[in-house]
Ligand binder design. Sequence first.
Ligand SMILES: [Zn+2]
Length: 447
Amino acid sequence: MSTVVPEAAGHLLTGSPAVQSRTTGRSRRADLQSELVALPMHEDATVRELPLPGLALGEVLAALDARYDPALAEDWDAVGLVCGDPAEPVRSVMFAVDPTAAVVDEAIEAGVDLLVTHHPLLLTPVHGVPADDPKGRLVHRLIRAGVALFVAHTNADRAPDHGVNDALAAVLGLDEVRPLESLAAPETDTLVVFVPVGVSDQLVDALSAAGAGVIGDYTRCVWQTTGTGTFIPGVGTHPAIGRHGQVERVPEIRLEMVVPRARRAEVLGALLDLHPYDEPGYAFFENSATASRAGLGRVGDLARPVTLREFAERVATTLPGTPGGVRIAGDLERIVRTVAVCGGSGASMLGAATAAGADVFVTSDLKHHAVSEATEVAGPAFCDVAHFASEFPWLSCAADLLHRDLGARVHVQVSARPTDPWTWRVGGPGATGTESKRLHSAEHSAD
Ligand SMILES: [Zn+2]
């Protein structure tokens, strides 16, 4: 019964027209989501032979780390470079959910230089990678073929704006999306500094290079107002402008820039290095804490409320088809507007989904007792999808983001091999929905 796999693979390659045609635009966050939604699925099964200069692996990994900060990963996780030389060139990158033998075969056949997977190959510590061990053999094969392996796992789950959960929320059509897990944003200061008009641009460049002026994807953000600075240089000073004992009036610019508190020392160093005054006027104001856009899970609203039945049908047709299909717990006629999602095994986020007022919680690997007990009390309905399917939307999102971040200097592609481990489903009184029809049609077509 391998007949399910070609259908699933075809679905993976073509994506969903409903997904690709959706647009949003009510807010900056909505814009980011529509950006995600608009990302094309990659249909190339092989790398096109185009003359690309490529980049050093280390530069590609720096771009990935910038989007999927390894500091966001769980303590138990194993993210980052598994094998590969940061000095070696990378011209093509493949994204996949799992580093299975089939995916490694595909990466080697496609001739890519880097395979990025969501799940780690070596989650538990090992003392060696002998080739007579299944995982060790994959490491040997990758190294022999010159393919690096890199993992972005729970850091990609938590990442703001372009993570696994943003991608899942986007393809399901959620607006006003925010994390289920509440994290404080990194602490910031606002730097205020007064500088003579002629050197302000140069100073802004230096402060930006030291880490100031970053707001989301925008860099070199600065507020400038002009005014007049006055001072009397004291005895023993060495004023760049003015004379001892005399009131001086200088056209100055007041610069205001946000500074990550962790970069305050570097930014101050750049300021003192470049500012022409021997005693520059500046201050760091500590900003109050704000909520982070990073964190596990997402919750958002549908543009139009639908029944749980209709929503489940949408989930089934939007995500890759898998033998297990989509399982629902709840009244199919219930009206659904607020939707919580958590790519992968999201049972731990059930409390957060309930607290967020979700009408339905979309995740994977839910267990009998958790669902049974939760459906006995007021709370969300459940939409349990294949683990692989819930994380698949991130692949094209991350691939296109990397392509853009690297100025189109590398090819990117998404693995065409479904890595859902289940191969067949049979029977069940609930086998009357979209998924079962798709399974049946696949079976009939193989007869
Ligand atoms: Zn996962």
